[in-house]
Design a protein around this ligand. Sequence first.
Ligand code: HEC
Length: 236
Amino acid sequence: MKLFTALLTLAMAQAQDPVARGAVIFRAQCSVPYCHGPDGEEGRAPKLIGHSHREQRVRGITAEGVMAKGMPGFGKTLMADELDAVVQFVMSLSGRTQAEQAKPATTNARGRALFFDAARFNGCGACHEADGWGIPVGPDLARAKPASLEQLRAVPVTRLVTVTRNAEASFPGIAVSSAPLIRVYDLSSPIPVLRSFQAGEVRLQAGARWDHAAATAAYTDTELAEIREFLIRLPR
Ligand code: HEC
């Protein structure tokens, strides 16, 4: 049942208002580090803060994508109410300024920057939330308070699943929901992506071949120490 702790998180998010819910979906689907920033700031894709699009256009682009620019459409991967929530979130960004959006400085800015470093593969922020940012593939680290560097390097993983789809090779994943769609973060892609399947389309088995050390190997000890400082000082 541990497997579906993440499901609870999703269910809780669903109880919130559409903008908050849209923000959660947006971070999971639209703000993988090389696309839009987690709060709508600029990534490799344009920033969405302060945009002046009408709702109808935002809905169209979100559903259909922008082929020429490499943005996928989400009309088929999101359910109607989820698409709606994302549109509400993106609309809530219009009329805001980058300054309003900026987070207050935390005590360890360097650790924070390393954690959310979008330029490196396996940056912690590609899989973890902390300080209200990031993508929730793994747990929010505000509560982790790692006692040592070793605890950051050797993380026990308990929620892994092996996902097998008929003809495809199986891949390691983190299960997010089981109904109405089966959703898993695909850990075999360089930056985990949330994939959705129809019930019966895939088989999930507990456990997978995946090592968290591959993620922390992207950082030196000195850098990890900064990250640890950043994490310990976060308010719970
Ligand atoms: C590719 C995705 C990915 C990346 C990148 C990643 N993690 Fe994780 N991390 C996970 C997952 C998934 C779990 C939880 C696995 C489970 O519960 O089975 C986890 C668990 C953890 C935990 C244990 C938390 C707890 O409460 O048990 C810590 C600490 C942690 N990660 C730190 C880091 C740090 C620091 C970085 C960056 C150096 C990082 N992770 C990068 C996916 C990732």
